[in-house]
Design a protein around this ligand. Structure first.
Ligand SMILES: [Fe+2]
Length: 277
């Protein structure tokens, strides 16, 4: 009896598959038509609406840590496990070790100053460098304190749905699903929503909130391009693995973008309903 082996997927298959996934991301409604961030970028959000965004974003940002830990635990191989830890530990406050720079020079906790490139390996942990603490500093001039931010109970049903989808899909036990979610999230995030939020926040700051520190947002905007490049490399590697399944990858990507859409749709619905003024 002849042994049959799975045909190895070739580079051409990968290119065709990459076109399919890029098409899925590029044509998803949340990428082509995010009503909330498009409106927010015009700079007309009231103080109450900026506070509402701060709280909902803090819930997503904080609960994202759970999803990231789950992604690390479920990683299919050592490279993915370590790539996941780069994001997880940086999120928690390990400042990237940016090669040539001394830890003292790179060691400040201000997102205005800390590196957006490098590795957590050999990096230094600083409480104040946790992304959640950056958000606390951002939210302070808005009159929001630790007790007002980042807990599940502070999330609207739409925000909590998104966070649960992140844990389920981005942190999935199925590696193809998780890779698809990861690819979609990073490519969506690199597509410009940070810039739209920054534009709106700069207008709000100039109008009525001098001293509002925006570095949480600008740091993330800077780092996003790298994340997208990392997930592209990850796809190259994952695609060659015997466990890789195109359909589950695409389903993971699609479901994750629907989760992202639910978050922004929730904020838009709250704006339209005038629940926040
Ligand atoms: Fe972050």
């Amino acid at each position: 009896m002849a042994l049959t082996t799975e045909p190895t997927r070739g580079t051409r298959d990968l290119e065709a598959f990459r076109d399919r996934i890029d098409d899925l991301v590029a044509t998803h409604r949340i990428v082509t038509d995010n009503r909330y961030t498009r409106w927010f970028a015009t700079g007309v959000a009231s103080r109450g609406e900026v506070r509402h965004l701060a709280v909902q974003f803090s819930v997503f940002s904080h609960l994202f840590v759970e999803a990231q830990l789950r992604k690390v635990i479920n990683a299919a191989d050592l490279d993915t496990y370590r790539a996941g830890k780069e994001i997880l530990l940086n999120e928690l406050g390990v400042v990237f070790n940016a090669g040539g720079r001394s830890p003292a020079a790179a060691g400040d906790t201000d997102p205005e100053l800390v590196a957006t490139e490098g590795t957590v390996d050999g990096g230094r942990f600083r409480f104040g460098a946790a992304h959640f603490e950056w958000l606390l500093r951002f939210a302070k001039p808005l009159g929001l304190d630790f007790a007002d931010l980042g807990k599940r109970r502070h999330g609207t049903p739409a925000t909590v749905f998104f966070c649960d989808e992140l844990v389920e899909v981005y942190g999935s036990e199925d590696a193809s699903t998780a890779e698809g979610a990861s690819y979609a999230v990073e490519h969506w995030a690199a597509a410009g929503f940070w810039k739209e939020l920054i534009a709106g926040l700069e207008a709000f700051k100039a109008r009525e909130c001098e001293g509002l520190p925006l570095a949480f947002w600008t740091w993330h905007d800077k780092v996003e391009d790298q994340h997208a490049a990392h997930t592209a490399d990850e796809l190259d590697e994952a695609y060659a693995q015997p466990w890789f399944d195109e359909d589950r990858f695409l389903a993971g990507a699609s479901r994750m973008l629907d989760g992202v859409a639910a978050f922004w749709d929730g904020l838009w619905a709250d704006h339209e309903a005038g629940v926040v003024r």
